[in-house]
Ligand binder design. Structure first.
Ligand SMILES: *[C@@H]1O[C@H](CO)[C@@H](O)[C@H](O)[C@H]1NC(C)=O
Ligand SMILES: *[C@@H]1O[C@H](CO)[C@@H](O)[C@H](O)[C@H]1NC(C)=O
Ligand SMILES: *[C@@H]1O[C@H](CO)[C@@H](O)[C@H](O)[C@H]1NC(C)=O
Ligand SMILES: *[C@@H]1O[C@H](CO)[C@@H](O)[C@H](O)[C@H]1NC(C)=O
Ligand SMILES: *[C@@H]1O[C@H](CO)[C@@H](O)[C@H](O)[C@H]1NC(C)=O
Length: 488
């Protein structure tokens, strides 16, 4: 293979007799906001798309290139070189070295995402959802759904705010669910060629269940695992699954709660529920696991942690070493914040090698969260590289999927009731009925569009020194996908 100048390159090497390469249905309408690259502008009648991707003829490859200069999934084609002796870098795929299988990629339908999508005309909403979920779009298959409010809500609420309602008789979904998130999830499902894998995470239990009597700040469930409150909190998850099922929305998985370490911090500014790994272990073993097993949804996957990977492998050791908890658990969910502080090999690699029967799954990531680089930055290529770097590193350390945070935000990076504004791959300008696809949208696309569920990571190595980052896969249709990032 010749030297690879492009910044972000995907090579789909077809090994099947195949059809023509789809030309795609339109180019990026580029707009610059003075950062290092551009956004692609979309409206109710136009949005760029690479279209449905078909395999190249046998012996050839298709490539898709995005770069700082403004290419966005630009298609190319060439001859596969077997046993090439030419000059330049050579990447060798060793398909007999097999690793994890991919589950999927996606984003979160927060209240803020739903508010922004619904602020557009129906035509623009359709365009936006097609971009993520349709086969002409980037093939998202995972959607994380917050259970009740989080910081990306306009007010504080849970589904059971009536004090002492241990039986959850007053459990109720809110207008945010019924009028916004649910219709949008149904619409996304209707556009998707496959059933979506929905993932539920709760931020806080109702205030009356908690030691601090509030949704925010430092606080955990009252009493002990196996007790009355812990049982009610497990039942709250079942009631959520039941209510969403009434709208034909069934969940692939739930997490044991968003960022349990946040609820251990004094004056934490938004919704949180503290768990130590020991408390989480016992709650799963005594309450959540048995409740789910006895419910109408016993096959729902349970993912522990749902917090930064620097808590691994310790958290996994405490929870998964316990057979009573472990038998109800399927995976370990990680967030990307502070990833640079801990090598992936120590956090993810060690966890995988200790507990190979449990998969690792990325449940949250965003850019613009750091005080030094806060909020929306329209057209930032640097941020696109941050995404691609982290995804490749995760995939090369046994992670089976990667979920972005808000599917869409406004130009300030909200709404967010504590002003914890961040960036999103889609930024909505409701006043002009348009939305911008950020460079991060295309970072996600280089993975989500090509790595179908069931794709298996295989070995790949470079001959000689290289600063390229890469990962290789064999898909269920036997084609090979090689994803390469050049950050230099
Ligand atoms: C949408 O964008 C396209 C391409 O820039 C443009 O031709 C079209 O007029 C726009 N439509 C509306 C409704 O603004
Ligand atoms: C490539 O090289 C390998 C190992 O030397 C050999 O087994 C294989 O037949 C070669 N393939 C082709 C197409 O020449
Ligand atoms: C809780 O539900 C019961 C029965 O549906 C109802 O009578 C009661 O008013 C509700 N309480 C609150 C505070 O909503
Ligand atoms: C429910 O959703 C599934 C896909 O998840 C779909 O096949 C089915 O037709 C839907 N049923 C109704 C009643 O909408
Ligand atoms: C937490 O908040 C309270 C009330 O605002 C304040 O008095 C206290 O100093 C804060 N504690 C810390 C550790 O910031």
């Amino acid at each position: 293979m010749a030297s690879l100048l492009p910044s972000l390159l995907l090579m789909a090497l077809g090994f099947l007799p195949a059809v023509t390469l789809s030309a795609g249905s339109g180019k990026c309408v580029a707009r610059s906001f003075g950062h290092d690259s551009v956004v692609c502008k979309c409206n109710s009648t136009y949005c760029d798309s690479v279209g449905s991707v078909t395999l190249p003829p046998l012996g050839q490859y298709s490539s898709y290139l995005s770069n700082m200069a403004g290419s966005r999934l630009e298609p190319g084609q060439g001859q596969i070189q077997v046993n090439s002796t030419g000059q330049g870098l050579r990447l060798t795929i060793t398909s007999y070295q097999k690793y994890q299988r991919i589950k999927g990629f996606g984003g979160a339908m927060t209240d803020a995402a739903a508010i922004n999508i619904m602020s557009l005309s129906s035509g623009a909403q359709e365009q936006l959802l097609r971009q993520y979920f349709s086969s002409e779009g980037i093939g998202y298959s995972v959607v994380r759904v917050p259970m009740a409010s989080c910081d990306f809500s306009t007010h504080l609420y849970t589904y059971a705010d009536t004090p002492e309602d241990y039986n959850l008789d007053n459990f109720t979904l809110l207008p945010e669910d019924i009028n916004m998130k649910i219709p949008l999830l149904q619409h996304a499902q209707a556009l998707s060629p496959h059933p979506l894998s929905l993932l539920a995470s709760a931020w806080s239990a109702p205030a009356w269940m908690k030691t601090n009597g509030a949704l925010t700040g430092k606080g955990s469930l009252k009493g002990k695992p196996g007790g009355k409150v812990h049982k009610s909190w497990a039942q709250y998850y079942i009631r959520f699954l039941e209510e969403y099922a009434k709208y034909n929305l069934t969940f692939w998985a739930l997490t044991t709660g968003n960022e349990p370490s946040a609820g251990e911090m004094t004056n934490y500014s938004f919704q949180a529920l503290g768990f130590t790994p020991e408390e989480q272990r016992d709650w799963v073993a005594l309450d959540l696991g048995p409740a789910l097993h006895a419910s109408s949804y016993p096959h729902t996957h349970v993912l522990i942690l749902d917090d930064n990977r620097l808590l691994l492998p310790h958290w996994a050791k405490v929870v998964l070493s316990d057979v009573h908890a472990g038998r109800y658990i399927h995976g370990v969910a990680v967030h990307w914040y502070f990833d640079s502080l801990v090598p992936a090999e120590i956090s993810l690699g060690t966890t995988h090698h200790l507990y190979p029967d449990y998969y690792l799954f990325g449940t949250e990531a965003c850019v613009g969260w750091n005080a030094l680089d806060r909020g929306v930055k329209l057209g930032s290529w640097n941020r696109a590289e941050q995404y691609a770097h982290d995804i490749i590193e995760d995939l090369n350390h046994y992670v089976v999927g990667w979920t972005d945070w808000n599917l869409a935000l406004d130009q300030t990076g909200g709404p967010n009731w504590v002003k914890n504004f961040v960036d999103s791959p889609i930024i909505v300008d409701a006043k002009h009925d348009i939305f911008y696809k950020q460079p991060t949208f295309y970072s996600m696309a280089h993975f989500s569009k090509f790595l179908w569920e069931g794709s298996q990571r295989v070995g790949v190595s470079a001959c000689g020194e290289t600063h390229l980052e890469y990962s290789a896969f064999i898909r269920p249709d036997s084609s090979v996908v090689l994803i390469i990032l050049n950050r230099y």
